[in-house]
Design a protein around this ligand. Sequence first.
Ligand code: MIC
Ligand code: SF4
Length: 680
Amino acid sequence: MTNAMPNMGSPPQEKRPKGDSMQNTMLNGAPNTLVEKIILSHLAAGAGGAPARGEPVSIVIDQTLTQDATGTMACLQFEAMGAERVRTELSVSYIDHNTLQEDYKNQDDHRYLQSVAAKYGMWFSRAGNGICHQVHLERFGAPGKTLLGSDSHTPTGGALGMLAIGSGGLDVACAMGGGPFSLLFPKIYGVRLSGALAGAASAKDVILELLRRETVKGGVDAVYEYFGPGVASLAVPQRATIANMGAELGATSSVFPSDGLTKAFLENRGRGELWRELKADEGALYDKIIDIDLSALTPLAACPHSPDNVKAVSALAGTPVDQVVIGSCTNSSLDDLAAVAAIVRGKTVHPRVSAGIACGSRATLLAADKAGVLGELIRSGFRILESACGPCIGMGFAPKSGGAVSLRTFNRNFKGRSGTADAGVYLVSPETAAAAAIAGAITDAGELQTERLNTLPFVQSTVQCADDMLLPPLPPEAAKDVAVERGPNIKPCPLQEPAPDDVRLVILYKGGDNITTDDIMPAGAKVLPLRSNIPEIAKFVFSSLCPDFYQRAKAAGGGAIVGGSNYGQGSSREHAALAPMYLGVKAVVAKSFARIHRANLVNCGILPFTFVDGGDCDALILGDELHFQALHTLLDDPSQSVIDASVNGRTIALKLEADARDRALLRAGGAIRALRERNA
Ligand code: MIC
Ligand code: SF4
């Protein structure tokens, strides 16, 4: 046990795993963490006895969210399941990613999604209303609920004490149909906060500090649960910044207790009746405890090209800056905008800097208008971009060429994601971004004298009008007459073949550690409009890392991919599995996988192998042929997890860590085929 500190008035303990694997903890009757409480209160029917950490568990999903870039596939899959109406307490379809509308494609997707929402009983958040996570937090999030979203930053909702998890669209489609969500019972890492933020340190610096310590793979199959006296010094929007960017740790989710500040947040938005107090039990066990003294934090920046490449802003001071963008789903509260306004008041954006605001919600923009914040930002020279994802995924506002330095309050800085291949993106707090916008160089905002604004009254007075762009579900009688609108770019979701027994797979691509889903299936203004058309978007698989991947895959009639550790980190985009599947990829062999991407591979019937004892990765080279025999025996026998593959006369042992459900999906050729088989 670590030196125990009060956990909201009670001592938590660090659970020390014995041996190399995690100890199974019987949950019922023992003191529980908040995460355990939410999971236990949502166990799906037939889930059996008390689940143990590290073992598969199925939970009931109360709420779902989809966004347009992943939502069209999710809705096509939902339609294919034949349900008449969503069966969740609440499902919301957001339009926020593909809003550039360079031609008909994006708008066709919007109309398709709007008509599906009307037909099947979902809420619909119109383009311009804001980014799914920010709007969901403000308008729908509720303590103690489960939320599954087809976007990796769904855990933003953890700021309200809900268990909010990102997944592929197919898993969300199943949850919309009333199905449970299956996951590994996560490890639970306690983050004990003490002190209070001081000077120019911001909530963003809390999560950057955690990324510095834990890295982008530190949280795989874990949930970070926050507790300790420092929690009470962080308002819900600050907690949301931290929970949002927990996705960059690779975590399943991040969860804060629901306390008096949660109550105030909900009451200020006219939703006070949803509040309930939630916290961990005295003596709850954590797999490890991480201590952060908020008062010791100083401004930090995640340097190019990874969110865990964190340095002190003071060490980067003086670096010339070409672009500053504020907003995204990470830093879009009125407090964030007010902090920027306080710094830029009476000043003008430096001539070298192109500055923009991509605010995550229209409600925040309206409140910022009332508070006089928006006017201050416009006056100082910030360009007000649409309330949407925009620059965060290269949908406009790309930096200049020649190694531009872009400071963003966003959550991802993968190479090329900004739309400019050689730009270097630094992830920083709104305060650090604002200081750089004025100075034209990275600057410690602590050196500037600023006065904060009390934003609360402006939030309260804008709640009502912010609902105008949300369309509520239609009643069933009206819904049944709705015709679904399908534009010509919306193509059916392709299917994988059932698993072969004996197969030879050419290695089409070999990458290193931390390959992102942006690497596998890039986003950006050119590619994103093709999200509803797998045959077309497949032409862009690995297009920045391996420009001839498509031709290679076509010529070989499919094959395998080899990667290092944390393969598929980053987004939830199913397209990073669907498009390779369409090109005939049947296996990915990696040192380890990111959680959501691994689940997406299985849903697409792509075998996710790891190396036994981490070995043999170096032995595999591009163009090698992996010969698998008796794959059916591997998939049908739950006691078997290792298979020998022959490669150019050698044999390498590969591991398939898969539970019964995964094996069934892989055998059938993916989740849709498995579902069809079951229904037949
Ligand atoms: C992202 O931030 O990478 C995205 C774009 O929001 C993705 C979803 C997508 O690719 O559509 C995510 O985070 O899951
Ligand atoms: Fe949108 Fe960026 Fe947030 Fe993804 S990370 S949801 S692209 S704002």
